[in-house]
Design a protein around this ligand. Structure first.
Ligand SMILES: C[S@@+](CC[C@H](N)C(=O)[O-])C[C@H]1O[C@@H](n2cnc3c(N)ncnc32)[C@H](O)[C@@H]1O
Length: 246
């Protein structure tokens, strides 16, 4: 299925550079790295690893990691940047691993790119060990409800960020910096309900603040924050409130 990633791989690699784009560098990475280094993880899976930047960061922090992505050029770039690394061509909806393989599964801004996110989440949970951690960074749903962004006045001043069709699920093509991809909007409830239906407990949730970067951009980000981070723990056995526990 063509969601734009094959044609967008080169501009994406250019955009990521060494430190990722503005949001990754100044907003997401500080919290994502804090989460993965807060405890000891040995065997991580980065689902939709792209050109492998976060896998390289995990390895710098002594966490063994496998990266999977369906975009050939991105996987080739990840292997090229990290010849000793383990990068595989695969989709989130059919992860090529036995059940209960990893103690940490990461989805770093990939749910918005996956058409069948419900199957993808089930797969991420399947390959997670009991008590393992599923760490998700995603775009906030009010942002994806209107992916064309801020309304500005005639002088280029930022007036407001519109929200529209929030309770629907739909995809739109978005374009920036030579990248053109299909992104999915779902209300936050769609993600949460799907995760609650799995054998998981929510252990962390935040809408991270910028930690650095151009002050005007930080101020604008605080008006309309783009990201959320959540962490779910896979339960050891049947949930206490499930009929199986009785
Ligand atoms: C916004 S990029 C994020 C890449 C990387 N996680 C990062 O933060 O730099 C989304 C990634 O999802 C990948 N992707 C698209 N469809 C996918 C699918 N069905 N399963 C897994 N990854 C997918 C794309 O190839 C792309 O690398």
């Amino acid at each position: 299925m063509n969601n734009g990633w094959d044609d967008s791989a080169d501009p994406w690699i250019a955009k990521m550079g060494e430190r990722g784009d503005w949001g990754r560098e100044h907003v997401l990475d500080p919290m994502m790295l804090a989460r993965v280094t807060a405890r000891r993880f040995d065997h991580a899976l980065d689902v939709g690893c792209g050109e492998g930047r976060f896998c390289r960061l995990l390895k710098e922090n002594h966490i063994g990691v496998v990266g999977v992505d369906p975009t050939e050029k991105l996987v080739a770039r990840a292997r090229n940047r990290d010849p000793g690394g383990d990068y595989r061509l695969a989709r989130a909806e059919a992860l090529p691993f036995p059940s209960a393989t990893f103690d940490l599964v990461i989805s770093y801004l990939t749910l918005i790119d996956i058409a069948d996110f419900r199957t993808a989440l089930k797969e991420m949970v399947r390959v997670l060990q009991p008590e393992g951690t599923l760490l998700i960074a995603n775009l906030n749903s009010f942002i994806t409800s209107c992916p064309h962004g801020w309304i500005k006045d005639g002088h280029g001043r930022y007036l407001h960020y519109p929200v529209d069709r929030y309770l629907e699920e739909f995809s739109e093509w978005v374009e920036w910096s030579g990248i053109r991809i299909e992104n999915w909007h779902r209300p936050l409830a769609s993600y949460i309900q799907e995760l609650l239906a799995q054998d998981l407990t929510l252990t962390f949730f935040d809408e991270p603040q910028p930690q650095s970067g151009d002050p005007a951009r930080q101020a604008r980000y605080r008006r309309a924050p783009w990201f959320m981070i959540m962490e779910w723990k896979r339960n050891i056995g049947p949930r206490l409130d499930s009929p199986m526990a009785n």
